[in-house]
Ligand binder design. Structure first.
Ligand code: NAP
Length: 248
């Protein structure tokens, strides 16, 4: 069976590293992005340049219409998805809860929670033996923020990752007998652009002394965990939350 992976938010950071590593391991990859087409195209061109198969598809995962179009484009251009990596995620300016506006909370929850639910729903319709599918795997990108809580920075973001953990555990049980495994990685502090969205691009420099391994992680180190959970090597692993956080 051909291996076909959708990586949401695959244009930069952890998603881009995952898309590229997946292609190296024989997947045809749909690189989803929201706005940054040139970064998504760079990943696609790099994969194609090495003989792989990839497409870039713009879709805001918080929009049901966009998610339907994302899966349709993958069906038509690559084939039936076998692995979904629910990676797209956002955070906003660091602040205390009492300063958070309602529309900010809605944006964070819409992308980080609703987006992951909608994509998982579409993947299951295609993968589940109940619907005539051949099975598959879903890997959600959570965060250790779900257990640390991100006080003073972004409790909203941390809570959205708590929802991802619960989605992972519940859905894993719901579809385990239908040939689908559902797991999550919980990265720690990884060197990507996301920290700049919180207003602190050098956040890792401040935090690294508190990490037992004394450094932030690289996107590729998370990608390797995602690819393991996606693979048959993890055939008896479902409902797991795998920490990739240097011991923090
Ligand atoms: P990043 O470098 O900021 O990249 C985010 C990616 O998500 C981009 O490809 C972006 O596309 C895409 N994206 C954002 N909103 C989207 C939407 N509404 N629909 C579709 N795509 C969207 O982030 P990252 O650090 O790699 O984070 C990836 C995941 O890892 C997130 O879920 C994050 O919460 C999680 N995580 C990160 C860390 C860390 O320390 N970096 C730690 C724990 C967990 P555009 O460029 O087109 O907007």
């Amino acid at each position: 069976m051909e291996k076909i992976m959708i990586v949401t938010g695959g244009s930069r950071g952890i998603g881009a590293a995952t898309a590229y590593l997946a292609a190296e391991r024989g997947y045809a990859v749909c690189v989803n992005y929201r706005r940054d087409r040139s970064s998504a195209m760079k990943i696609v061109e790099k994969i194609e340049g090495e003989g792989g198969r990839a497409i870039a598809v713009a879709a805001d995962v918080s929009s049901e219409k966009d998610v339907l179009a994302l899966f349709k484009a993958t069906d038509e251009q690559l084939g039936m998805v076998t692995v979904l990596v629910n990676n797209a995620g956002i955070l906003e300016q660091q602040m205390r809860l009492e300063n958070m506006a309602a529309d900010r909370l809605q944006r964070i929850f819409a992308v980080n929670i609703t987006g992951a639910f909608l994509c998982a729903r579409e993947a299951i319709k295609r993968m589940s033996a109940k619907h005539g599918g051949m099975g598959g795997a879903i890997v959600n990108v959570s965060s250790i923020a779900s257990r640390l809580g991100s006080p003073g920075e972004y409790i909203d973001y941390a809570a959205s990752k708590g929802a991802i953990d619960t989605l992972t555990m519940g859905l894993a049980k719901e579809v385990a007998a239908e040939g689908i495994r559902v797991n999550a990685v919980r990265p720690g502090f990884i060197d990507t652009d996301i920290h700049a969205s919180g207003g602190e691009p050098d956040r890792l420099d401040r935090i690294k002394a508190s990490i037992p391994m004394k450094r932030g992680g690289e996107a590729i180190e998370v990608a390797r965990g995602i690819l393991w959970l996606a693979s048959d090597e993890a055939s008896y692993t479902t409902g797991s939350l795998v920490e990739i956080a240097g011991g923090r």
